[in-house]
Design a protein around this ligand. Structure first.
Ligand code: SF4
Length: 175
């Protein structure tokens, strides 16, 4: 093989490797081992449960594992390769809505798949979901706060204050 042919082969290999690393791939290719070989049963679908509180939530992805349990997956676009407590609350609400509407068992853990704004996948985070009773208590507290029937408390995550729209009106203890 002459030098020109070697250069062409090297270039093609370089392009393929670059494409493999940078091209946005469908989430199914980035699933955690637990979900490999499972079946996607719902995508981008709205569910609603009626109970002590009514919860409507849209799921990103739901898979059925080998034990026939449903597992939720949330897709998040963000710079940080991490899951937040807000993801847990959101997925817990989806779980309650999904269980309420379908009557099916939904796992008490879920996955958050993160990708950067440029579409590059960054991570997969397993999160433990809230118990329904705790989620309902949270919803009820929110309703009381909005009705002025409960006292607000500062967040336990000071980092949230940096981008908070109410920062000028609020005086959290760490300021
Ligand atoms: S500034 Fe106040 S309202 Fe905003 S996140 Fe912090 S504690 Fe909460």
């Amino acid at each position: 093989m002459d030098l020109e042919a070697v250069a062409v082969v090297c270039f093609v290999v370089f392009v393929v490797v670059l494409w493999w690393h940078l091209w946005p791939r469908p989430p199914e290719e980035e699933l955690p081992p637990e979900l490999c070989g499972t079946r996607l049963v719902y995508a981008e679908r709205l569910f609603c449960s009626l109970g002590p509180v009514s919860i409507t939530a849209k799921v990103d992805r739901v898979y059925r594992n080998a034990k026939e349990a449903l597992i939720l997956v949330g897709l998040k676009t963000r710079k940080a390769n991490r899951a937040y407590r807000s993801d847990v609350i959101e997925l817990s609400a989806q779980r309650l809505a999904l269980m309420g509407q379908t009557g099916e068992a939904v796992a008490d853990h879920a996955y958050v798949l993160t990708e950067r704004p440029d579409g590059r996948r960054t991570g997969c985070h397993r999160v433990r979901l809230m118990e329904p009773v705790d989620l309902i208590a949270l919803v009820e507290r929110r309703e009381k706060l909005l009705a002025g029937k409960a006292e607000p408390r500062p967040t336990c995550a000071p980092g949230m204050c940096q981008k908070c729209a109410f920062a000028r009106l609020c005086d959290p203890p760490w300021r």
